[in-house]
Design a protein around this ligand. Structure first.
Ligand code: A2P
Length: 338
């Protein structure tokens, strides 16, 4: 079996760390793994397949001889280094928003539009969607194929791990401070996150939406290859460490019952239906954390319109929302294209 030289850019970060774990767990055929980060990480080592690998500094020469680069070190790093990597013959799977809406770059969720990967040949870059978008489209796609979705209204309850390691630490430190009657320090978010909800993710735009909300709207249309789906979003940061939860309301062209949605989703790839409210069983962030599947429950008909469905969708934002989705893309890439 062929094996590949893989680089993880942002190897010391929350997503980078998870990428390394998932490459090992899924036995990705690796000839050589290169771990890249900033000069702050000089001297650090990360365990992979029983060995400690050194973290190297990212430079313009880092990609010579690398087949696949998994990028998760922020948008500006991707903007600069992804084209350099691609020019060196490395296929980039980019986890940032830098190239997602570029018409020459495929935006891929393997359960939804794996065929789009073929477009990577244009720029040598494949974009991984936003974490909140990924779990939503995994749940929407089977319903869209069956009865066409006209409109989606989504509200998110997003974990701090989506912001990175510093935010995980901030929630932890603020919680400890408050439990000990000390004033919490506010550094990462504009307000305290412990025991609070912030209706503000990424920056505010001219239209009053946040960039995170517009990502969900625009990326959904691109991934589902259907600009006619109307989407509106409210994205909220909540004091949860891992896994995003989403309340999703859908209006469909044809009628579909809650039972039919349950059946459809229980057969769909990447989804686990957890929907037994009588037994108090519904998707929970603490259950989704560390797992690969997107959990869907609270499926019910929206009685305020003729063809509507409500559901509650929960997934590990660092795994399916980022690292796992990127590795799944790389798996298709080597199976079909490299
Ligand atoms: P480092 O740890 O050396 O700062 P998170 O999203 O969890 O904060 O992680 C961000 C990741 O991006 C880290 O691995 C971080 O490395 C990496 N990173 C940030 N800035 C740079 C840079 N200028 N060059 C290379 N890697 C960077």
């Amino acid at each position: 079996m062929k094996s590949y030289a893989v680089a993880v850019v942002g190897a010391t970060g929350a997503v980078g760390n998870e990428m390394i774990k998932i490459l090992e767990e899924r036995q990705f055929p690796i000839m050589k793994l290169t771990l890249l980060a900033s000069e702050r990480s000089i001297g650090k080592e990360i365990a992979f397949c029983g060995k400690n690998l050194p973290v190297e500094i990212l430079t313009e020469n880092s990609f010579n001889g690398i087949d696949i680069g998994l990028f998760s070190a922020g948008g500006s790093i991707s903007e600069k280094y992804a084209p350099i990597a691609a020019a060196a013959g490395c296929v980039v799977v980019d986890n940032t928003s830098a190239f997602r809406m570029d018409p020459e770059v495929p935006l891929v969720v393997p359960e939804v539009n794996p065929e789009a990967i073929a477009l990577y040949k244009k720029r040598g870059i494949i974009a991984n969607p936003n974490c909140s978008t990924i779990q939503m489209v995994v749940a929407l796609k089977p319903i869209h194929d069956a009865v066409r979705i006209k409109r989606v209204v989504v509200s998110t309850y997003q974990a701090v791990s989506g912001t990175g390691k510093k935010a995980i630490e901030e929630l932890s430190l603020q919680t400890k401070a408050l439990m000990n009657c000390r004033e919490p320090e506010v550094k990462v978010y504009p307000h305290r996150i412990a025991f609070n909800c912030l209706p503000h993710i990424d920056v505010f735009l001219e239209n009053g939406y946040t960039k995170e909300e517009m990502k969900m709207i625009n990326e959904t249309k691109k991934i589902m290859n259907d600009p006619s789906i109307a989407v509106t979003a409210t994205t909220v940061r909540v004091p949860v460490f891992y896994a995003h939860s989403e309340s999703i309301n859908i209006e469909t062209e044809k009628k579909i019952t809650a039972d039919e949605v349950r059946k459809l989703l229980s057969m769909a790839p990447g989804i686990r239906v957890v929907d037994n409210p009588r037994e108090k069983q519904y998707p929970l962030a603490i259950d989704a954390a560390g797992r690969d599947e997107t959990l869907v429950g609270r499926i019910r008909e929206d009685e305020s319109i003729p063809n509507g469905i409500n559901m509650w969708v929960v997934s590990d934002n660092i795994r399916k929302g980022a690292a796992l989705n990127a590795v799944q893309i790389a798996e298709i890439l080597i199976r079909k294209y490299l």
